[in-house]
Design a protein around this ligand. Sequence first.
Ligand code: HEM
Length: 441
Amino acid sequence: MPVPVAPGRWPVLGHTPAMLRRRFRFTSSLHTHGDVVRIYLGPMETYFLTSPELTHQVLVTDGGSFRKGAMFEKFRPLIGNGLAFADGAFHLRQRRLMQPAFHRDTIARHTEIMARAAAGLIRTWRPGEVREADHDMQALAVGIVGEALFSTELGKAAIEEARRSIPVIVKYGMIRVLAPTFVEKLPIPANRRFDDAIDRMRAIVLELIEDWRAEQADHGDLLSMLLLARDAETGEGMTDQQVHDEVITLLTAGIETSALALSWLFHEIAQNPEVEQKLHDEVDEVLGGRQVTAGDVPQLVYTRQIINEVLRVYPIWILMRRVIKEVELGDVRLPPGSEVIVSPHAMHFDPRFHDHPERFDPGRWTGERAKNLPRGAYVPFGAGTHQCIGNSFAITEITIVVATIAAKWRLVPVPGKPVRVRYTTTAYPSRLPMTVVPRDR
Ligand code: HEM
Protein backbone atom coordinates (compact mmCIF):
# COMPACT_ATOMS: atom_id res chain seq x y z
CA MET A 1 0.00 0.00 0.00
CA PRO A 2 1.38 3.46 -0.82
CA VAL A 3 2.31 5.51 2.24
CA PRO A 4 -0.11 8.47 2.61
CA VAL A 5 1.30 11.96 2.11
CA ALA A 6 0.35 14.47 4.81
CA PRO A 7 -2.00 17.21 3.61
CA GLY A 8 -0.64 20.73 3.09
CA ARG A 9 2.28 19.94 0.75
CA TRP A 10 3.53 22.85 -1.38
CA PRO A 11 5.46 22.56 -4.63
CA VAL A 12 9.23 22.74 -3.91
CA LEU A 13 8.74 23.78 -0.25
CA GLY A 14 6.96 20.54 0.64
CA HIS A 15 5.57 20.57 4.17
CA THR A 16 8.14 23.06 5.48
CA PRO A 17 5.56 25.91 5.64
CA ALA A 18 3.15 23.67 7.63
CA MET A 19 6.01 22.53 9.90
CA LEU A 20 7.08 26.14 10.53
CA ARG A 21 3.66 27.73 10.84
CA ARG A 22 1.68 25.07 12.64
CA ARG A 23 4.57 23.22 14.31
CA PHE A 24 3.31 20.91 17.02
CA ARG A 25 -0.30 21.13 15.83
CA PHE A 26 0.71 19.85 12.41
CA THR A 27 2.69 16.85 13.64
CA SER A 28 0.27 15.87 16.44
CA SER A 29 -2.58 15.66 13.90
CA LEU A 30 -0.77 13.24 11.57
CA HIS A 31 -1.90 10.08 13.41
CA THR A 32 -5.34 10.48 11.78
CA HIS A 33 -3.70 9.62 8.42
CA GLY A 34 -1.96 6.39 9.47
CA ASP A 35 0.94 4.94 11.45
CA VAL A 36 3.46 6.02 8.80
CA VAL A 37 2.91 9.31 6.96
CA ARG A 38 5.15 10.90 4.33
CA ILE A 39 6.17 14.49 4.87
CA TYR A 40 8.54 16.53 2.71
CA LEU A 41 11.08 18.88 4.25
CA GLY A 42 11.60 20.95 1.10
CA PRO A 43 12.45 18.27 -1.46
CA MET A 44 13.55 15.71 1.18
CA GLU A 45 11.12 12.83 1.63
CA THR A 46 10.76 11.66 5.24
CA TYR A 47 8.59 9.07 6.98
CA PHE A 48 6.85 10.36 10.08
CA LEU A 49 5.84 7.69 12.59
CA THR A 50 2.67 8.22 14.62
CA SER A 51 2.38 5.04 16.71
CA PRO A 52 4.18 4.19 19.96
CA GLU A 53 4.96 0.69 18.66
CA LEU A 54 6.85 2.04 15.64
CA THR A 55 8.54 4.72 17.75
CA HIS A 56 9.79 1.99 20.08
CA GLN A 57 10.85 -0.19 17.16
CA VAL A 58 12.99 2.58 15.62
CA LEU A 59 14.56 3.76 18.87
CA VAL A 60 14.98 0.40 20.60
CA THR A 61 14.21 -2.99 19.02
CA ASP A 62 15.49 -2.14 15.53
CA GLY A 63 17.81 0.65 16.70
CA GLY A 64 20.74 -1.09 14.96
CA SER A 65 19.09 -0.53 11.55
CA PHE A 66 19.30 3.23 11.97
CA ARG A 67 21.84 6.02 12.24
CA LYS A 68 21.21 9.51 13.49
CA GLY A 69 20.82 10.98 10.00
CA ALA A 70 20.74 14.33 8.26
CA MET A 71 20.43 16.84 11.11
CA PHE A 72 23.19 15.29 13.20
CA GLU A 73 25.57 15.11 10.24
CA LYS A 74 25.31 18.86 9.89
CA PHE A 75 25.91 19.37 13.61
CA ARG A 76 28.99 17.15 13.81
CA PRO A 77 31.51 19.40 11.97
CA LEU A 78 30.20 22.36 13.98
CA ILE A 79 30.07 20.96 17.51
CA GLY A 80 32.29 17.87 17.29
CA ASN A 81 31.79 14.14 17.54
CA GLY A 82 30.49 13.96 21.11
CA LEU A 83 28.07 11.31 22.31
CA ALA A 84 24.94 13.10 21.11
CA PHE A 85 26.25 13.20 17.54
CA ALA A 86 28.27 9.97 17.35
CA ASP A 87 27.00 6.77 15.78
CA GLY A 88 27.64 3.04 15.51
CA ALA A 89 30.62 1.30 17.16
CA PHE A 90 32.29 4.60 18.05
CA HIS A 91 29.15 5.78 19.85
CA LEU A 92 28.97 2.52 21.81
CA ARG A 93 32.59 2.82 22.93
CA GLN A 94 32.09 6.42 24.00
CA ARG A 95 28.86 5.54 25.78
CA ARG A 96 30.71 2.87 27.81
CA LEU A 97 33.48 5.32 28.68
CA MET A 98 30.99 8.00 29.75
CA GLN A 99 28.53 5.81 31.67
CA PRO A 100 30.35 5.96 35.07
CA ALA A 101 30.09 9.76 35.01
CA PHE A 102 26.30 9.29 35.16
CA HIS A 103 26.21 6.46 37.67
CA ARG A 104 23.76 6.84 40.57
CA ASP A 105 26.57 7.34 43.11
CA THR A 106 28.22 10.03 40.99
CA ILE A 107 24.91 11.88 40.65
CA ALA A 108 24.32 11.60 44.41
CA ARG A 109 27.68 13.35 44.88
CA HIS A 110 26.44 16.17 42.67
CA THR A 111 23.24 16.80 44.64
CA GLU A 112 25.20 19.07 46.95
CA ILE A 113 26.18 21.26 44.00
CA MET A 114 22.53 21.32 42.89
CA ALA A 115 21.20 22.29 46.34
CA ARG A 116 23.92 24.89 46.85
CA ALA A 117 23.25 26.49 43.46
CA ALA A 118 19.49 26.72 44.13
CA ALA A 119 20.07 28.11 47.65
CA GLY A 120 22.52 30.64 46.18
CA LEU A 121 19.93 31.83 43.67
CA ILE A 122 17.14 32.37 46.21
CA ARG A 123 19.52 34.26 48.48
CA THR A 124 19.69 36.94 45.77
CA TRP A 125 15.89 37.31 45.56
CA ARG A 126 14.11 40.22 47.27
CA PRO A 127 10.46 39.78 48.33
CA GLY A 128 8.09 41.16 45.70
CA GLU A 129 10.83 41.52 43.08
CA VAL A 130 10.01 40.61 39.45
CA ARG A 131 12.54 38.12 38.07
CA GLU A 132 12.95 36.77 34.56
CA ALA A 133 12.38 33.22 35.75
CA ASP A 134 13.69 31.63 32.54
CA HIS A 135 16.97 33.55 32.86
CA ASP A 136 17.29 32.48 36.50
CA MET A 137 16.75 28.83 35.56
CA GLN A 138 19.25 29.05 32.71
CA ALA A 139 21.86 30.56 35.07
CA LEU A 140 21.18 27.81 37.61
CA ALA A 141 21.51 25.04 35.02
CA VAL A 142 24.83 26.45 33.71
CA GLY A 143 26.16 26.65 37.25
CA ILE A 144 25.11 23.10 38.09
CA VAL A 145 26.42 21.32 34.97
CA GLY A 146 29.46 23.62 34.97
CA GLU A 147 30.41 22.84 38.57
CA ALA A 148 29.77 19.13 38.08
CA LEU A 149 32.21 19.24 35.14
CA PHE A 150 34.89 21.61 36.39
CA SER A 151 35.83 21.97 40.05
CA THR A 152 39.19 23.73 39.75
CA GLU A 153 40.04 27.45 39.85
CA LEU A 154 40.38 27.60 36.05
CA GLY A 155 37.08 25.71 35.98
CA LYS A 156 35.39 28.84 37.33
CA ALA A 157 36.49 30.79 34.26
CA ALA A 158 35.20 27.96 32.06
CA ILE A 159 31.80 28.14 33.78
CA GLU A 160 31.68 31.90 33.14
CA GLU A 161 32.56 31.28 29.50
CA ALA A 162 29.83 28.62 29.29
CA ARG A 163 27.35 31.14 30.71
CA ARG A 164 28.21 33.49 27.85
CA SER A 165 28.76 31.06 24.99
CA ILE A 166 26.50 28.03 25.40
CA PRO A 167 23.18 29.88 24.78
CA VAL A 168 24.75 31.37 21.63
CA ILE A 169 25.98 27.96 20.47
CA VAL A 170 22.59 26.32 21.05
CA LYS A 171 20.59 29.12 19.40
CA TYR A 172 22.74 29.81 16.34
CA GLY A 173 23.75 26.16 15.98
CA MET A 174 20.13 25.23 15.44
CA ILE A 175 19.61 28.05 12.91
CA ARG A 176 22.76 26.94 11.08
CA VAL A 177 21.65 23.33 10.90
CA LEU A 178 18.23 24.23 9.56
CA ALA A 179 19.54 26.74 6.97
CA PRO A 180 20.75 25.69 3.47
CA THR A 181 24.47 24.80 3.34
CA PHE A 182 25.65 27.94 1.48
CA VAL A 183 24.34 30.14 4.35
CA GLU A 184 26.99 28.59 6.64
CA LYS A 185 29.75 30.23 4.61
CA LEU A 186 28.28 33.75 4.64
CA PRO A 187 29.99 36.34 6.89
CA ILE A 188 26.68 37.22 8.59
CA PRO A 189 26.47 38.12 12.32
CA ALA A 190 24.73 34.83 13.25
CA ASN A 191 27.66 32.81 11.82
CA ARG A 192 30.27 35.07 13.39
CA ARG A 193 28.67 34.91 16.84
CA PHE A 194 28.44 31.14 16.64
CA ASP A 195 32.06 30.73 15.44
CA ASP A 196 33.37 33.10 18.13
CA ALA A 197 31.44 31.31 20.90
CA ILE A 198 32.72 27.91 19.72
CA ASP A 199 36.31 29.23 19.52
CA ARG A 200 36.19 30.71 23.02
CA MET A 201 34.73 27.55 24.53
CA ARG A 202 37.24 25.35 22.72
CA ALA A 203 40.19 27.44 23.93
CA ILE A 204 39.22 27.27 27.59
CA VAL A 205 38.23 23.59 27.58
CA LEU A 206 41.52 22.62 25.88
CA GLU A 207 43.41 24.72 28.43
CA LEU A 208 41.65 22.86 31.27
CA ILE A 209 42.58 19.53 29.69
CA GLU A 210 46.20 20.62 29.27
CA ASP A 211 46.30 21.71 32.92
CA TRP A 212 44.89 18.38 33.97
CA ARG A 213 47.44 16.43 31.91
CA ALA A 214 50.27 18.34 33.62
CA GLU A 215 48.98 17.38 37.07
CA GLN A 216 47.11 14.09 36.45
CA ALA A 217 45.10 14.63 39.66
CA ASP A 218 41.58 13.33 40.13
CA HIS A 219 39.54 16.35 41.16
CA GLY A 220 36.40 14.24 41.56
CA ASP A 221 34.63 16.20 38.80
CA LEU A 222 33.22 14.95 35.51
CA LEU A 223 36.20 16.28 33.56
CA SER A 224 38.58 14.14 35.64
CA MET A 225 36.28 11.15 35.12
CA LEU A 226 36.34 11.62 31.35
CA LEU A 227 40.13 12.00 31.33
CA LEU A 228 40.63 8.95 33.54
CA ALA A 229 38.09 6.72 31.74
CA ARG A 230 39.59 3.60 30.11
CA ASP A 231 37.98 1.13 27.72
CA ALA A 232 37.63 -2.19 29.60
CA GLU A 233 38.72 -4.20 26.53
CA THR A 234 41.53 -2.13 25.05
CA GLY A 235 42.60 -0.08 28.07
CA GLU A 236 42.54 3.01 25.85
CA GLY A 237 41.29 6.39 26.98
CA MET A 238 40.01 9.36 25.01
CA THR A 239 42.12 11.83 23.05
CA ASP A 240 42.13 15.46 24.20
CA GLN A 241 40.00 16.34 21.20
CA GLN A 242 37.42 13.71 22.11
CA VAL A 243 37.27 14.83 25.75
CA HIS A 244 36.77 18.36 24.43
CA ASP A 245 33.93 17.22 22.14
CA GLU A 246 32.23 15.36 25.01
CA VAL A 247 32.47 18.38 27.31
CA ILE A 248 30.89 20.62 24.66
CA THR A 249 28.19 17.99 24.10
CA LEU A 250 27.35 17.79 27.80
CA LEU A 251 27.18 21.56 28.02
CA THR A 252 24.95 21.91 24.96
CA ALA A 253 22.73 18.88 25.69
CA GLY A 254 22.52 19.30 29.46
CA ILE A 255 21.83 22.97 30.19
CA GLU A 256 19.03 24.31 28.02
CA THR A 257 16.92 21.16 28.40
CA SER A 258 16.88 21.21 32.22
CA ALA A 259 16.52 25.02 32.32
CA LEU A 260 13.43 24.85 30.11
CA ALA A 261 11.87 22.06 32.18
CA LEU A 262 12.39 24.13 35.34
CA SER A 263 10.99 27.27 33.71
CA TRP A 264 7.84 25.51 32.49
CA LEU A 265 7.43 23.79 35.83
CA PHE A 266 7.23 27.08 37.73
CA HIS A 267 4.96 28.48 35.04
CA GLU A 268 2.58 25.51 35.27
CA ILE A 269 2.35 25.31 39.06
CA ALA A 270 1.56 29.03 39.12
CA GLN A 271 -1.36 28.35 36.74
CA ASN A 272 -2.57 25.38 38.81
CA PRO A 273 -2.87 26.44 42.46
CA GLU A 274 -4.03 23.01 43.67
CA VAL A 275 -0.87 21.44 42.17
CA GLU A 276 1.26 24.10 43.85
CA GLN A 277 -0.44 23.48 47.21
CA LYS A 278 0.17 19.73 47.00
CA LEU A 279 3.82 20.38 46.09
CA HIS A 280 4.23 22.66 49.11
CA ASP A 281 2.59 20.10 51.40
CA GLU A 282 4.92 17.37 50.18
CA VAL A 283 8.09 19.46 50.38
CA ASP A 284 7.21 20.63 53.91
CA GLU A 285 6.47 17.11 55.05
CA VAL A 286 9.56 15.47 53.56
CA LEU A 287 12.09 18.21 54.35
CA GLY A 288 10.63 19.69 57.52
CA GLY A 289 12.61 22.87 56.92
CA ARG A 290 16.05 21.32 56.34
CA GLN A 291 18.14 21.30 53.17
CA VAL A 292 17.20 18.68 50.56
CA THR A 293 19.60 15.73 50.09
CA ALA A 294 19.97 12.88 47.60
CA GLY A 295 18.06 10.59 49.98
CA ASP A 296 14.97 12.83 49.76
CA VAL A 297 14.61 12.52 46.00
CA PRO A 298 12.72 9.18 45.99
CA GLN A 299 10.44 10.46 48.78
CA LEU A 300 9.34 13.46 46.73
CA VAL A 301 6.77 11.39 44.85
CA TYR A 302 4.31 14.13 43.88
CA THR A 303 7.19 16.40 42.83
CA ARG A 304 8.26 13.62 40.47
CA GLN A 305 4.74 13.41 39.03
CA ILE A 306 4.84 17.15 38.30
CA ILE A 307 8.22 16.72 36.57
CA ASN A 308 6.89 13.80 34.52
CA GLU A 309 3.97 15.95 33.43
CA VAL A 310 6.18 18.93 32.51
CA LEU A 311 8.35 16.63 30.40
CA ARG A 312 5.21 15.22 28.74
CA VAL A 313 3.79 18.64 27.85
CA TYR A 314 7.08 20.36 26.84
CA PRO A 315 9.22 17.66 25.19
CA ILE A 316 11.59 17.69 22.25
CA TRP A 317 9.57 18.03 19.06
CA ILE A 318 11.21 15.59 16.66
CA LEU A 319 14.16 13.17 16.45
CA MET A 320 15.44 12.13 13.05
CA ARG A 321 16.97 8.82 12.06
CA ARG A 322 18.31 7.39 8.77
CA VAL A 323 17.73 3.77 7.71
CA ILE A 324 21.00 1.89 7.13
CA LYS A 325 19.55 -1.62 6.81
CA GLU A 326 16.20 -2.30 5.14
CA VAL A 327 13.41 -2.33 7.74
CA GLU A 328 9.72 -3.06 7.85
CA LEU A 329 7.68 -0.56 9.81
CA GLY A 330 4.18 -2.03 10.00
CA ASP A 331 3.35 -2.82 6.37
CA VAL A 332 5.82 -0.28 5.02
CA ARG A 333 9.24 -1.48 3.81
CA LEU A 334 11.93 1.21 3.88
CA PRO A 335 15.22 0.89 1.98
CA PRO A 336 18.58 2.17 3.31
CA GLY A 337 18.88 5.94 3.00
CA SER A 338 15.24 6.62 4.00
CA GLU A 339 14.86 9.40 6.58
CA VAL A 340 12.52 8.65 9.47
CA ILE A 341 11.07 11.05 12.04
CA VAL A 342 9.83 10.10 15.50
CA SER A 343 8.23 12.72 17.67
CA PRO A 344 8.17 12.68 21.47
CA HIS A 345 5.70 15.58 21.23
CA ALA A 346 3.26 13.77 18.91
CA MET A 347 3.41 10.71 21.19
CA HIS A 348 2.76 12.79 24.31
CA PHE A 349 -0.26 14.57 22.77
CA ASP A 350 -1.96 11.53 21.27
CA PRO A 351 -5.41 11.27 22.92
CA ARG A 352 -5.40 7.49 22.34
CA PHE A 353 -2.77 7.17 25.10
CA HIS A 354 -3.05 10.36 27.16
CA ASP A 355 -6.55 11.50 28.23
CA HIS A 356 -7.16 15.18 27.48
CA PRO A 357 -3.53 15.62 26.46
CA GLU A 358 -3.76 19.43 26.48
CA ARG A 359 -4.56 19.38 30.21
CA PHE A 360 -1.68 19.80 32.70
CA ASP A 361 -2.44 17.03 35.16
CA PRO A 362 0.34 15.49 37.30
CA GLY A 363 -2.35 13.16 38.70
CA ARG A 364 -2.24 11.17 35.45
CA TRP A 365 1.10 9.71 36.60
CA THR A 366 -0.54 7.64 39.35
CA GLY A 367 -2.47 4.44 38.91
CA GLU A 368 -2.86 1.73 36.33
CA ARG A 369 -3.20 3.87 33.21
CA ALA A 370 0.28 5.34 33.71
CA LYS A 371 1.79 1.91 34.42
CA ASN A 372 0.16 0.42 31.33
CA LEU A 373 1.16 3.08 28.83
CA PRO A 374 2.46 1.34 25.71
CA ARG A 375 6.23 1.53 25.27
CA GLY A 376 7.03 4.50 23.04
CA ALA A 377 4.03 6.58 24.20
CA TYR A 378 6.12 8.57 26.69
CA VAL A 379 9.69 9.25 25.57
CA PRO A 380 10.91 12.60 26.96
CA PHE A 381 14.47 11.23 27.08
CA GLY A 382 14.26 9.16 23.89
CA ALA A 383 14.91 5.42 24.25
CA GLY A 384 17.37 2.67 23.32
CA THR A 385 21.11 3.06 22.83
CA HIS A 386 20.82 6.83 22.33
CA GLN A 387 18.55 7.41 25.32
CA CYS A 388 19.58 10.53 27.21
CA ILE A 389 22.62 9.65 29.32
CA GLY A 390 21.80 12.61 31.56
CA ASN A 391 18.22 11.57 32.42
CA SER A 392 18.80 10.69 36.09
CA PHE A 393 21.07 13.72 36.47
CA ALA A 394 18.29 15.91 35.06
CA ILE A 395 15.50 14.41 37.20
CA THR A 396 17.65 14.73 40.33
CA GLU A 397 18.64 18.29 39.44
CA ILE A 398 15.06 19.41 38.77
CA THR A 399 13.79 17.73 41.97
CA ILE A 400 16.49 19.29 44.14
CA VAL A 401 16.03 22.75 42.64
CA VAL A 402 12.22 22.64 42.85
CA ALA A 403 12.24 21.37 46.45
CA THR A 404 14.80 24.00 47.52
CA ILE A 405 12.85 26.85 45.96
CA ALA A 406 9.32 25.64 46.79
CA ALA A 407 10.22 25.18 50.46
CA LYS A 408 10.66 28.94 50.77
CA TRP A 409 9.34 30.84 47.78
CA ARG A 410 6.42 31.09 45.36
CA LEU A 411 6.81 32.40 41.82
CA VAL A 412 3.73 34.37 40.81
CA PRO A 413 2.91 35.37 37.20
CA VAL A 414 2.96 39.10 36.42
CA PRO A 415 -0.56 40.24 35.39
CA GLY A 416 -0.87 41.60 31.86
CA LYS A 417 2.29 39.83 30.65
CA PRO A 418 1.02 36.69 28.93
CA VAL A 419 3.57 33.92 28.37
CA ARG A 420 3.50 32.46 24.88
CA VAL A 421 5.11 29.23 23.72
CA ARG A 422 7.83 29.85 21.12
CA TYR A 423 8.76 26.81 19.13
CA THR A 424 12.06 25.69 17.71
CA THR A 425 12.86 22.01 18.17
CA THR A 426 11.41 22.38 21.65
CA ALA A 427 9.12 24.81 23.44
CA TYR A 428 10.57 28.06 24.83
CA PRO A 429 8.62 30.65 26.83
CA SER A 430 8.42 33.96 24.92
CA ARG A 431 9.29 35.54 28.29
CA LEU A 432 8.70 34.50 31.88
CA PRO A 433 8.51 37.44 34.26
CA MET A 434 7.47 36.21 37.72
CA THR A 435 7.21 37.94 41.06
CA VAL A 436 9.07 36.11 43.81
CA VAL A 437 7.14 35.96 47.06
CA PRO A 438 8.33 34.32 50.30
CA ARG A 439 5.96 31.59 51.43
CA ASP A 440 4.26 32.28 54.73
CA ARG A 441 3.91 29.06 56.58
C1 HEM B 1 15.06 17.60 31.16
C2 HEM B 1 16.27 17.48 30.69
C3 HEM B 1 16.66 16.68 29.47
C4 HEM B 1 15.91 16.24 28.41
C5 HEM B 1 14.41 16.41 28.19
C6 HEM B 1 16.81 15.51 27.53
C7 HEM B 1 16.40 14.87 26.35
C8 HEM B 1 17.22 14.08 25.57
C9 HEM B 1 16.78 13.27 24.45
C10 HEM B 1 15.35 13.18 23.93
C11 HEM B 1 17.87 12.61 23.96
C12 HEM B 1 17.89 11.58 22.82
C13 HEM B 1 18.28 12.19 21.50
C14 HEM B 1 18.21 11.18 20.35
O1 HEM B 1 17.78 10.04 20.52
O2 HEM B 1 18.58 11.56 19.24
C15 HEM B 1 19.02 13.03 24.75
C16 HEM B 1 20.31 12.60 24.55
C17 HEM B 1 21.39 13.05 25.28
N1 HEM B 1 21.36 13.86 26.39
FE1 HEM B 1 19.72 14.62 27.28
N2 HEM B 1 18.08 15.55 28.04
C18 HEM B 1 18.04 16.25 29.23
C19 HEM B 1 19.10 16.51 30.08
C20 HEM B 1 20.40 16.13 29.86
C21 HEM B 1 21.51 16.37 30.76
C22 HEM B 1 21.39 17.05 32.12
C23 HEM B 1 22.64 15.90 30.14
C24 HEM B 1 24.08 15.89 30.62
C25 HEM B 1 24.54 16.56 31.62
C26 HEM B 1 22.23 15.34 28.85
C27 HEM B 1 23.08 14.76 27.94
C28 HEM B 1 22.66 14.05 26.83
C29 HEM B 1 23.58 13.33 25.93
C30 HEM B 1 25.09 13.28 26.05
C31 HEM B 1 22.77 12.70 24.97
C32 HEM B 1 23.24 11.78 23.84
C33 HEM B 1 23.14 10.36 24.31
C34 HEM B 1 23.55 9.32 23.26
O3 HEM B 1 23.28 9.51 22.07
O4 HEM B 1 24.11 8.29 23.68
N3 HEM B 1 20.88 15.49 28.72
N4 HEM B 1 18.59 13.91 25.73
